[in-house]
Design a protein around this ligand. Structure first.
Ligand SMILES: Nc1nc2c(c(=O)[nH]1)N[C@H]1C(S)=C(S)[C@@H](COP(=O)(O)O)O[C@H]1N2
Ligand SMILES: [Mo]
Length: 315
C-alpha cells in the first residue's frame, strides 16, 4: 500500500480500486468525527458500555469474510497479566485505571528523542484496521482497531544507523495493578521488542481505539502496539516507553520461558508450542476450531521479512 501514489488528480477508477484494495486489507481511514483533532479523543469517556449497545465499525468482516467479534467479547476476554491472569476478570479490575494524562518517552538510538503526550498522538491521522488477533494460547478474534502506523512515529524521532531493534515497555504500577503483586516472579515491567524492519512495516500500528471508540483500560489504553502476524503477546499494552536499540531486547515472556516463547513469535501452524499444537485455533464466539493460517493470514505482506530464516530456530 505504500506504493500507491497520492497524486492530486486521481481518476475515479483508480480511487475506487484503491479504496477497494485498502478495504480488502481492512485498512480504511476512520470516518470524520472518529478521533478527530477536536474533543477528548484519547480519553475514555467510560469504562463500561451502560447502554449495552453494540458499536459499529467501517466493515462487518475482515478481508477473508469472517465476522468481527463483538465489542463485548473484545472488551471482556482479555490477557493483561498486570491486572489478572483471569481473562474474564481483567475488565472489572482495570475499570477506571487512569490513562490521562499519559506520556510515551521515545528515545535510545535516535536523532530526535521526544516525549509524546496524548495531544501529540492525536496529531497522527487515525485509520481503522480490521485485524485478526491470534493468541499463543490458540484462541483468536477479529478486531476493528483505530490507530496509525508505528513507522510514522519512528520517522519523527529519526532512528540512527546503529538502531536495529525497537524495545517497548508497559506502565508499571503495582499499587493499582494487583496482578503484578500476585505474580512477582515475572520480570516486570512488561517488555516487548521488534526488529526495526518489522516495526517499520505498514501493518504494524499503534492502536488508540477500537470499534470507533477510544481504547478501554483492559485493551491497553491509551495506546498499545498491534502486530497482526505475530502471537498476541507481542502486541504490548499501555506503552510508556519506546527505545531504539542495537541488541535484541529480552521480552517478559522470553525471560519467563525461553524454550516456549521466542523473540519472533510469528503465528505459524507448523511450529507447535512445547505444550500444545498451534495447527488450529478457537475463534471466540464460534463452535469448534478452525485452521491457523501462516503468519495469521498476512503471509503475502510479511513473509519477505523472514526470507532465508529457519522459522523453527527463530520461533
Ligand atoms: N502489558 C501487557 N500487554 C499485553 C499483555 C499483558 O499481559 N500485559 N497480554 C498480551 C496477550 S498474551 C494478548 S493475547 C493480547 C490481548 O489483547 P486484548 O486483551 O486487547 O485482546 O495483549 C497482549 N499485550
Ligand atoms: Mo496471548
Amino acid at each position: 500500500m505504500r506504493d500507491i501514489p497520492s497524486s492530486e488528480i486521481t481518476p475515479e477508477a483508480v480511487y475506487l480500486s484503491r479504496r477497494a484494495f485498502l478495504k480488502s486489507m481492512g485498512i480504511l481511514t476512520a470516518g470524520a468525527g472518529v478521533l478527530a483533532a477536536c474533543g477528548p479523543a484519547l480519553v475514555p469517556t467510560s469504562t463500561s458500555d451502560p447502554s449495552g449497545e453494540q458499536p459499529s465499525a467501517g466493515a462487518t468482516t475482515d478481508e477473508l469474510g469472517d465476522p468481527l467479534n463483538t465489542y463485548d467479547e473484545i472488551t471482556h476476554y482479555n490477557n493483561y497479566y498486570e491486572f489478572s491472569t483471569d481473562k474474564q476478570r481483567v475488565a472489572e479490575l482495570a475499570e477506571g485505571y487512569p490513562t490521562s494524562p499519559w506520556e510515551i518517552q521515545v528515545g535510545g538510538l535516535v536523532h530526535n528523542p521526544k516525549t509524546y503526550s496524548l495531544d501529540d498522538l492525536r496529531k497522527f491521522e487515525i485509520e481503522e484496521r480490521i485485524y485478526r488477533l491470534r493468541c499463543v494460547e490458540a484462541w483468536s478474534m477479529v478486531i476493528p482497531w483505530l490507530g496509525f502506523p508505528l513507522h510514522k512515529l519512528l520517522a519523527e524521532v529519526e532512528p540512527k544507523a546503529e538502531a536495529k531493534y525497537v524495545r517497548f515497555e508497559s506502565v508499571y504500577d503495582p499499587e493499582r495493578m494487583p496482578g503484578i503483586r500476585q505474580n512477582p516472579w515475572y520480570s516486570w515491567p512488561y517488555v516487548e521488542g521488534l526488529r526495526l524492519d518489522e516495526a517499520m512495516h505498514e501493518l504494524t500500528i499503534l492502536a488508540t481505539g477500537l470499534y470507533g471508540k477510544d481504547l478501554l483500560p483492559q485493551n491497553g489504553a491509551p495506546v498499545r502496539l498491534v502486530v497482526p502476524w505475530k502471537y498476541g503477546f507481542k502486541s504490548i499494552k499501555s506503552i510508556v516507553k519506546i527505545d531504539l536499540v542495537a541488541e535484541m531486547p529480552t521480552s517478559l515472556w522470553m525471560a519467563a520461558a525461553p524454550n516456549e516463547y521466542g523473540f519472533y513469535a510469528n503465528v505459524n501452524p507448523e511450529v507447535d508450542h512445547p505444550r500444545w499444537s498451534q495447527a488450529t485455533e478457537r475463534r471466540i464466539g464460534e463452535l469448534g476450531r478452525r485452521p491457523t493460517l501462516m503468519f495469521n493470514g498476512y503471509e503475502a505482506e510479511v513473509a519477505h521479512l523472514y526470507a532465508g530464516m529457519d522459522l523453527r530456530v527463530n520461533f
